[in-house]
Design a protein around this ligand. Structure first.
Ligand SMILES: [Zn+2]
Length: 234
């Protein structure tokens, strides 16, 4: 992805003040309130099938309020399509039952340098506007004795991307999950993404991209960061 105008967000830095801002301003500034996706206690009491029926009803109502003719052949199926897409695809990562099962293997090769899986393309959606975030994730770890299948790194990124998200939280959720699975602090996650709520509406900046980073354990050193950046830009 071409980046002409990067915005560096410091994950471990200061949290911007919420006080004194309107919800609109907070939305456009993409603030994140915590590392866990805010979910209701009873989020999964309703079955997926029942959720699809309810979402389809509600989405039909939104379309109706906007004045769209739901008897038109082209629009008739839209509420059901949207409902199915929300639950089975673009927001399927809300449900823990869809979390990828991860098997670990012994580090037989005694490979003790960083492993970098770069350019993992993902599609997510901004939780403030429900429009796409499109980007690339680069993840890296140093084995503490176990290794993970490469495709699983990709699947973990996709799982957390398939939620209404803010980029800072997505970055941290991927990092904390890898930390837990691989039993090491030596994890790095870099996300470089374009937010359609910034490019297609609001400020309408088509060239900016947002970069977020997580450097844990051994990655928290200028040398390791430089090495990692070098692999990613190659
Ligand atoms: Zn947004």
């Amino acid at each position: 992805m071409e980046i002409e105008n990067e915005t560096q967000i410091m994950i471990n830095g200061n949290t911007p003040e919420l006080n004194g801002f309107t919800y609109d301003e907070i939305g456009d500034d993409h603030m994140s309130t915590g590392v866990d996706t805010p979910m209701k206690q009873n989020a999964f009491d309703m079955s997926d099938d029942d959720k699809k029926i309810r979402i389809a009803e509600l989405f039909a109502e939104i379309m109706d309020v906007m004045g769209l003719d739901l008897t038109d052949d082209s629009l008739r199926g839209t509420p059901n399509r949207v409902a199915k897409m929300y639950i089975d695809e673009i927001f399927s990562g809300l449900n823990p039952k869809n979390k990828p099962k991860v098997a670990l293997f012994d580090n037989k090769y005694q490979y003790n340098q960083m492993l970098v899986e770069k350019n993992i393309t993902f599609y997510s959606n901004c939780e403030h506007h429900f429009v796409p975030i499109i980007g690339k994730a680069h993840v890296a770890y140093i084995s503490s004795g176990k290794v993970i299948g490469l495709s699983k790194l990709n699947r973990i990124v996709q799982y957390f991307a398939k939620r209404p998200q803010v980029q800072e939280r997505l970055t941290n959720q991927i990092a904390l999950e890898l930390k837990k699975i691989l039993n090491t602090d030596d994890i790095a996650v870099i996300i470089d993404a374009k937010h359609l709520c910034v490019s297609s509406r609001g400020i309408k900046d088509d060239t900016s991209a947002t970069v977020t980073t997580y450097y844990g354990g051994a990655f928290n050193s200028p040398d390791k960061i430089a090495e990692l950046q070098n692999y990613i830009t190659q």
